[in-house]
Design a protein around this ligand. Structure first.
Ligand SMILES: Cc1ncc(COP(=O)(O)O)c(C=O)c1O
Length: 374
């Protein structure tokens, strides 16, 4: 049996049979490295895939979050709600605009923002706290509950931003991530469901005004012409080489998604008696960026799997409200119990599309053996 990798970008590249090399070569030939034809083509392809009216690519998932907040004029004195159990970029983007994060808890089985707690906070704090937006994170690939979140948005007139960095390809009620709420941000970091060979990101919206603002903001705030500056913006463009790589990878994207779903179903079936498995609510589909189980005796399981050469990851060992740089923003005395519990019990195992049957069997067998130890 071949060595098990947590992520297998080499096999992915082999399966694409030189398409990536050929696409890069085309860019080298036309040499339009910034905003070349591949960038426009990719935006159109992603628009079609997600059925969002507009797609604006940018330099990273983090920039997509910053740009989304800027496009809504969110900044100093504003408050933006986000889950504590997330990757740092979610909260970092809020602070970079000058706004303050308001951390809330997540559900134990979906890992996503808890809308019940959200409603409680909004009932209590809405007016005095200047809450302007909620960034919902689609953790590990599962879209947050946008049905509820969009209702909350209407009721309290608060913008919803989807941090879909991990969920491109996922969906809810027959709609794809990208068209589930007002603005969706995604990341093309290599390990993401759709990843390039460097940094990259994109935003999706159905709102023409927001999309035009994003196009301006990602290029220094350009106005009608390049040197008429109508906004304070950023330099955040996706480059043509990365776009050409993403175009190649789109060819096998749906196949990869299907394989990860099959792997998740197999893990669910085999592991549900032994570990807490991820919950996929009715009508939702996950992009399975990660397959994450929970166990009280994580260290023992980790060590056992490590001895068997099965790679694992912990996403995330410390929730944002307990991070040294962010602790001071947890001024609302929320204990965020689930986020704390998850940080001590989660464990992600390989789920990529290139795992062989024997590798999957080996992972399952050893997780069952590890259970006996705990
Ligand atoms: C939930 C989440 N948000 C934002 C980001 C930031 O994306 P990027 O690394 O492309 O800046 C990531 C990337 O890991 C992420 O997982």
């Amino acid at each position: 049996m071949k060595k098990i990798k947590f992520l297998d970008l080499e096999s992915q590249k082999d399966r694409l049979n030189n398409t990536i090399e050929l696409n890069i070569k085309k860019v080298l030939e036309h040499s339009k490295y910034i905003m070349g034809p591949e960038v426009k083509e990719l935006e159109l392809r992603l628009q079609k895939y997600t059925k969002a009216k507009y797609c604006v690519t940018c330099a990273s998932g983090t920039d997509a979050l910053i740009l989304s907040l800027m496009s809504l004029n969110i900044g100093t004195n504003d408050i933006v709600i986000c889950p504590s159990f997330t990757f740092p970029a979610t909260a970092e983007a809020i602070l970079i605009t000058g706004a303050k994060p308001y951390f809330v808890d997540v559900g134990l089985d979906t890992f996503n923002i808890c809308y019940k707690e959200l409603e409680k906070i909004l009932e209590k704090d809405y007016k005095k706290n200047k809450i302007k937006a909620i960034i919902a994170v689609d953790l590990f690939g599962l879209p947050a509950n946008y049905t509820r979140l969009n209702k909350i948005s209407k009721k309290y007139k608060i913008n919803i931003i989807a941090d879909g960095a991990q969920s491109f390809g996922g969906g809810l009620n027959n709609k794809k991530v990208g068209s589930l709420t007002k603005i969706t941000c995604t990341s093309f970091f290599p390990a993401k469901p759709l990843g390039c060979y460097g940094d990259g990101g994109a935003l999706f919206t159905d709102n023409k005004v927001i999309s035009e603002k994003l196009v301006s903001l990602r290029a220094h705030g350009k106005g009608k012409s390049k040197y008429e500056i109508s906004e304070i913006g950023l330099n955040s463009r996706l480059d043509s080489i990365q776009a050409s790589i993403l175009l190649a990878k789109l060819k096998i994207f749906n196949w990869e998604l299907k394989e990860r779903n099959k792997n998740a179903n197999l893990y669910n079936k085999e592991l549900k008696e032994y570990y807490h498995i991820p919950e996929i609510p009715k009508g939702s589909s996950s992009a399975w960026a990660q397959y994450t189980i929970r166990t009280r005796n994580r260290d023992k399981v980790l060590n056992f799997l490590n001895d068997k050469s099965i790679p694992t990851m912990i996403y995330y060992p410390v929730p944002m409200h307990m991070q040294p740089a962010y602790r001071k923003y947890n001024k609302y005395k929320n204990v965020l119990k689930n986020s704390l519990k998850l940080s001590k019990t989660v464990l992600s195992i390989p789920i990529h599309s290139f795992l062989s049957n024997s590798q999957k069997e080996y992972i399952i067998l050893n997780l069952k053996k590890a259970y006996k130890l705990i």
